[in-house]
Design a protein around this ligand. Structure first.
Ligand SMILES: [Mg+2]
Length: 296
């Protein structure tokens, strides 16, 4: 078998080399900096060091469950003091989406947390309950938590089928395309993308001749990378992530280098289909910095 680097043919690298090599670092959050149980090994020292040397970096998260100001506070609380403007979430991409598709002021269903609803409200949406009998223009799946899951999915599905049976269009928007996330070592959970996949399976069966599906805002789509490039003012960026299908594929498609960190979603379990051709520029086995580099 050998290491992932050995099997995929890409070079192993070290965090210090990555910091040197690129003007700006893009870091995934879950599976790279933290998991549900707290910061991952090396993350606290890495963020402290990047802040200390004023290295440009952004956290690119497919999350739409927490507003950036609340995320910044929660990260600081766990020893990861990342400025709010350096947190770019998929929830923020609702703003341009609503503007570009004429959804400002229109009725929509939003599934997620209170902060998810706040993202939709900030984008200009008029949020209505999933059990509405009226017409809606968009369904936004922002997060898998914060609502009665099966009841809300049933209601949302009913709204969709009533509209689509009459061929009335609805924008289907998925903030976080991830299917699963790491809860802790060896433990996984369904993410919003898994809920969208359930609805899409129903729509495929009911309307086989129509291509209904969710627009995916988060990685691997280019939106988060575009926002980062715009904020950073440079294209000399590298994406450091733990998932091939989102972080690495997204970076590859956007045309920047990528680093796969092998600490997140259990890559060493032999379950990763790297044969699909999604190959990172480098493989990294930990965030750890050499002792001399660590900030005091
Ligand atoms: Mg991740």
């Amino acid at each position: 078998m050998g290491s992932f680097a050995g099997r995929s043919g890409c070079a192993e690298t070290a965090m210090a080399a990555i910091i040197d090599r690129y003007s700006c670092l893009l870091l995934d959050a879950y599976g790279v900096l933290l998991d549900k149980s707290g910061p991952l090994p090396g993350a606290v020292a890495l963020i402290r060091y990047l802040n200390e040397i004023s290295k440009p970096y952004y956290v690119l998260s497919n999350s739409a469950s927490t507003l950036p100001e609340h995320m910044a506070a929660a990260l600081a609380e766990m020893g990861l003091p990342i400025p709010q403007r350096q947190l770019i979430t998929a929830g923020l991409l609702l703003v341009p989406y609503f503007q570009q598709h004429g959804l400002v002021g229109r009725r929509c269903i939003a599934l997620g947390t209170q902060d998810s609803l706040a993202y939709v409200l900030r984008a200009g949406g008029t949020v209505v309950s999933p059990d509405t009998l009226g017409s809606v223009k968009a369904v936004i799946i922002a997060d898998q938590t914060g609502f009665p899951l099966l009841e809300a999915l049933d209601d949302t599905l009913s709204v969709l089928l009533r509209h689509f049976d009459r061929q009335e269009p609805i924008h289907l928007v998925l903030c976080n395309p991830d299917l699963i996330y790491p809860r802790a070592s060896g433990r996984f959970g369904f993410t919003a993308g898994g809920l969208a996949a359930m609805i899409e399976a129903v729509l495929r069966e009911r309307y086989p001749e129509r291509a209904y599906g969710f627009v995916r805002l988060g990685k691997p789509s280019p939106g988060l990378f575009e926002e980062a490039a715009s904020r950073a003012g440079t294209g000399d960026m590298v994406m450091i992530g733990d998932q091939l299908a989102t972080d690495v594929l997204g970076a590859n498609q956007f045309g920047i280098d990528s680093v796969l960190i092998t600490t997140g979603l259990g890559l060493n379990a032999g379950t990763v289909p790297w044969e699909r051709g999604i190959v990172p520029t480098y493989v990294l086995s930990s965030l750890h910095l050499p002792p001399l580099l660590k900030a005091n």
